[in-house]
Ligand binder design. Sequence first.
Ligand code: M6P
Ligand code: ZN
Length: 187
Amino acid sequence: MEYKKPLGVDIDLETGVIPGAQKLVRRLSSLKGYFLDEKAYNELLREDPVVYEVYAIEQEENDGDLNFATTVLYPGKVGKEFFFTKGHSHAKADRAEIYYGIRGKGGMLLQTPEGKAEWIPMGPGTVVYVPPYWAHRTVNTGNEPFIFLAVYPADAGHDYGSIAEKGFSKIVIEENGEVKVVNNPRW
Ligand code: M6P
Ligand code: ZN
């Protein structure tokens, strides 16, 4: 039997960087069609800000193994809608996931395949259990980077399809200085 080598890494709790991880950068231009306010989207596109970065340590897609990643989701809005991650369900849809809040303020939108959505607020220390079959997206509702760790099965995979097409049945907006989770008018 060949055993893999164990690994210990220190996450930088200020920046979310995991030393030695694969870095993925998602700018606003990679989120075309995701936000409701197209005019606000096109205006902000001139700057094309970084919306989030992911630092991932991933294994081959073997059943039983685990991946982990931090996400640094920057503060910002497109119109009234707060910056968010694309959101996905798992290619192997019955795979679950755990998130752990490190820094900043935000939350997670989760949704069943039938479109029932739930909102879980998150801050430093919050653990979120994403059950099998629930699509998930994180949202930064604060004014500093929202940073969290995710741990997920190595064979889970990402399925962006249905969220890219339809989004979530709820959206997270700022109205009169308040964070509101409301029904998506386009749903
Ligand atoms: C978390 C994990 C990753 C995911 C990332 C960004 O770190 O769930 O698997 O890739 O968030 O989310 P998305 O892939 O939806 O853009
Ligand atoms: Zn996931």
